[in-house]
Design a protein around this ligand. Structure first.
Ligand code: FRU
Length: 496
């Protein structure tokens, strides 16, 4: 017996056999990122550097609830397989490390890293320090590919003496040759944009908002250009702003604006009262896009935290709480109602398919712990069309196309036999349109996560499910024009 399996076996014995092996716990996703133990919320500092993708995340190293916020850290060669690294930034002297971003600064514009010779990389983290009665923006840097971090001695770099000033997202704006920082004045529902030559000296450039949904604090802004329908030169900027509470499905949720950005000001293309939702489920929040992805790749990719502040601290999972979504590729498309966001899982996930060809599901089938499912719903005489996932405890999750209107939904009202929070049960739906006589659905299921992408990501619903027994049966909802086939691939675990 290896030392590792001995430790696991001893721990299981000590707990009366109740402990599952690491990453084999009943509700533990197999191909989504989760911390080994304890609490996680927002993804932070997503950056590609020197052949590696970095994922930092809001983390409590000491417990299963929010607190002592620090940056956990993992790296990946492909955004699919992650390796845990030691905590990157820790709470210190009463100041917690709140959300933020990381940029590569290979030319050392910040003068933090020193000459390129003698170092392998220069990464700079820009994060919110929360404590001592205010929120400020701060720097830390790493010259060893993110393995160790030093907080900048001149912190904070931005201090407005404000309590609700956070979540810096920084990117390089080539046309004006300077760094841009997005922040929120959370309780004023405002985005404040700053510019800097060196990441240290920041000048306020403009404010945006209030606009769109303002029923809660604005958090975690992001801003980037996307080509409309993939046409070079026809570019809009997408401004993402999360909101808590006041999200579309209740509690926390993401909204976006489509417009222009000249390096100073964001101008919304839509009337200020137009609200566009990122996701129609209840569990997709605090999205952040990767910086540093080479232009030869060309993709804009983000991840979001799959939970909701209404019940994040009491989710019935142990010994960890919190899941990151799969990375999603973003695009803008012209639809009858205007220019809108599409999101699809990254193609790299196909590497997890257990078989090259899918299983064709007739009417019922066994459901593996993690799976990718594709189906088409045909326009029909009526009746709900979709799938029902069930457990041996009589629990069910139903999703698909609504009977009476073009709407995709996920119904998790009967998904857990033992209730854990009153705001959890519900049916969540988003509008979808017929493309000719059909609507396509692509579904990712992973023990306690469900992500439904309708019509190549025009509408997305992301939800957590917490059955007391595994959801291990799959059933087609009767009749109702599901055809010609439901195709299913088992997806393999990413953890060794
Ligand atoms: C969003 C958020 C951020 C903040 C962080 C604290 O979920 O509230 O605004 O930086 O979480 O953990």
């Amino acid at each position: 017996m290896s030392v590792r399996s001995w430790i696991v076996a001893a721990a299981v014995a000590a707990a009366g056999g109740a402990l599952a092996a690491p990453y084999a716990e009943p509700l533990r996703p197999r191909f989504h990122f989760t911390p080994a133990r304890n609490f996680m919320n927002d993804p932070n500092g997503l950056v590609y550097d020197g052949g590696e993708y970095h994922l930092f995340y809001q983390h409590n190293p000491f417990g299963p609830e929010w607190g002592h916020m620090s940056w956990g850290h993992a790296v990946s060669p492909d955004m699919v397989h992650w390796k845990h690294l030691p905590i990157a930034l820790r709470e210190e002297a009463g100041v917690m490390i709140f959300s933020g971003s990381v940029v590569a600064d290979p030319d050392d514009t910040s003068h933090l890293c020193g000459p390129p010779a003698g170092r392998t990389s220069c990464l700079v983290a820009i994060y919110t320090g929360h404590g001592l009665g205010k929120q400020t923006q701060n720097l830390a840097f790493s010259t060893d590919r993110g393995r160790t971090w030093t907080k900048y001695a001149g912190n904070p770099v931005l201090d407005l003496g404000m309590k609700e000033f956070r979540d810096p997202k920084v990117f390089w704006h080539e046309p004006t040759r300077r760094w841009i920082m997005l922040t929120v004045l959370a309780d004023q529902h405002k985005l404040r944009i700053f510019g800097s030559p060196d990441l240290k000296r920041w000048e306020a450039l403009s404010d945006f908002g209030p606009a769109g949904a303002t029923g809660g604090a604005w958090e975690c802004p992001d801003l980037f250009p996307l080509a409309v329908d993939g046409v070079d030169g026809d570019t809009r900027w997408l401004l993402d702003i999360d909101i808590n509470p006041g999200g579309q499905a209740g509690g926390s949720g993401g909204q976006y604006f489509v417009g222009r950005f000249d390096g100073r000001t964001f101008v919304n293309d839509n009337p200020p009262d137009t609200t566009l939702w990122v996701d129609y489920g209840k569990d997709f929040y605090a999205t952040l896009s990767f910086s540093g992805i080479p232009t030869s790749d060309g993709r804009r990719i983000w991840m979001g935290w799959m939970s909701n502040w209404l019940y994040a601290n009491v989710e019935p999972t142990t010994p960890w709480r919190g899941v990151q979504s799969v990375p999603r590729v973003l695009s803008l498309a012209r639809r009858p109602e205007g220019i809108r966001l599409n999101q699809m899982p990254i193609a790299e996930l196909r590497a997890l398919r257990a078989t090259p060809e899918p299983t064709v599901v007739p009417a019922t089938a066994a459901l593996p712990p993690s799976a990718e499912i594709e189906m088409e719903v045909r326009r029909s005489e009526g009746g709900e069309a979709g799938l029902r996932l069930t457990s041996a405890a009589g629990e069910e999750v139903v999703f698909g196309l609504a009977a009476d209107k073009p709407e995709v939904f996920v119904d998790r009202r009967r998904s857990r036999a033992t209730p854990f929070h009153e705001a959890y049960p519900g049916r969540h739906a988003g509008p979808v349109r017929w493309r000719g006589d059909r609507i396509t659905l692509r579904i990712l299921f992973d023990r306690s996560t469900l992500e439904v992408f309708a019509n190549d990501g025009e509408t997305v619903i992301s939800e957590r499910v917490y059955p007391t027994r595994p959801l291990d049966r799959l059933e087609l909802r009767p009749g109702a024009g599901v055809g010609p086939a439901v195709r299913l691939w088992e997806l393999r675990p990413i953890w060794p």
